[in-house]
Design a protein around this ligand. Structure first.
Ligand code: PEP
Length: 265
C-alpha cells in the first residue's frame, strides 16, 4: 500500500434492511471507538460497502452511516432504461446512493454467464454516467492448473480497457484480482501469488493505456480475506486494497481488516 488504500465489502445477496441497520450501528460505533483509524477515512482509506441494491437507499439515508463510508452497487445494466426485467440502471443506482459499481464479479460471469463483452459495456456505461466501476478479474482453478492464469486475467483486462477512452478527469481505475478458486473457499491465494498477478495486471494497464494510469490504478486482492490475513496482502507493493466477501458481513471482522490497512498507511 502506498499511503492510500481502498477496503470494500461485497455483501452479495445477504442482509435485509434490519440486518443492514444493525451492521451499520455496530460498525460505525466500532470505527468511532478507534479514533486513529477513523481519522484516516476517507482521505487515506476509502471504505466501500456493496449491499444488495434493495437496501441501498435506506443505508444511504441512515443516520448511522459515517461520512466517508461509500456505497456501491453489485451489478448494473449497460443500457439507460428499457425492457430488462430484473435489472437496475446506473442512474437508478446513483439515485439510490451508489458511488461505485462492481463490474464482472466472477459470480456474475459464472452463474449469470456474463461475457467479457457485457462486462466491457457495463464498465463503459458506468464511466460515462458517473459510477466508479470496480473491474473484477480472476482465473478459475482449471485455468491456473493449465498455466493460463496470467493469460486469462490479461484477456479480461484488455477486453475492457482495450476498447475505451477515458475522460481526462477520470479518477484512478480500480481493478480487483479475485481468483475464482479463492472466493468463499477459505483457500486464499498466497500473498506472493496475489502480488504477482496484481503486478501483471498493472503491466497490462500500462501497455493498454499508459504508465501514469498504470501507476495510479488501485489494485485490490479478493478471495477469502479475513482480519487475520489482510495485512499479508496489503504489505505487497502492487496491492492497494482488498475486496472482501464473507468477512465483510461481520462488523468486527470488517473493522479488523480496516485496522490492518490503517497500520500500513
Ligand atoms: C467476493 O465476493 O468478492 C469475495 C472475495 O468473497 P470472499 O471474501 O467470501 O472470498
Amino acid at each position: 500500500m502506498k499511503g492510500k488504500g481502498l477496503i470494500a465489502g461485497n455483501w452479495k445477496m445477504n442482509k435485509g434492511i434490519g440486518e443492514s441497520m444493525d451492521f451499520l450501528g455496530r460498525f460505525v460505533d466500532g470505527l468511532e471507538r478507534e479514533g486513529s483509524v477513523s481519522e484516516l477515512i476517507p482521505a487515506s482509506i476509502e471504505i466501500v460497502i456493496f449491499p444488495p441494491i434493495a437496501n441501498l437507499y435506506a443505508i444511504k439515508h441512515a443516520a448511522s452511516l459515517k461520512k466517508g463510508v461509500y456505497l456501491g452497487v453489485q451489478n448494473v445494466h449497460w443500457k439507460a432504461s428499457g425492457a430488462f426485467t430484473g435489472e437496475n440502471s446506473v442512474s437508478m443506482a446513483v439515485e439510490a446512493g451508489a458511488v461505485f459499481a462492481l463490474i464482472g464479479h466472477s459470480e456474475r460471469r459464472q452463474i449469470f454467464l456474463e461475457t467479457d463483452e457485457m462486462t466491457s459495456k457495463k464498465f463503459n456505461f458506468c464511466v460515462k454516467n458517473g459510477l466508479k466501476p470496480v473491474l473484477c478479474v480472476g482465473e478459475t482453478d482449471e485455468d491456473r492448473k493449465n498455466g493460463l492464469a496470467e493469460a486469462v486475467i490479461t484477456r479480461q483486462v484488455i477486453a475492457v480497457l482495450g476498447s475505451r477512452e477515458f475522460p481526462a478527469d477520470f479518477p484512478p481505475l480500480i481493478i480487483a484480482y479475485e481468483p475464482v478458486w479463492a472466493i468463499g473457499t477459505e483457500n486464499n491465494a498466497t500473498a506472493n501469488d496475489a502480488q504477482e498477478s496484481c503486478a501483471a495486471i498493472r503491466k497490462v494497464v500500462g501497455r493498454s493505456i499508459d504508465a501514469k494510469t498504470a501507476g495510479n490504478t488501485l489494485l485490490l486482492y479478493g478471495g477469502s480475506v479475513k482480519s487475520s490475513n489482510a495485512e499479508d496482502y496489503l504489505k505487497q507493493d502492487d496491492i492497494d486494497g482488498l475486496l472482501v466477501g464473507g468477512a465483510s458481513l461481520d462488523p468486527d471482522e470488517f473493522l479488523g481488516i480496516i485496522r490492518a490497512a490503517s497500520f500500513l498507511i
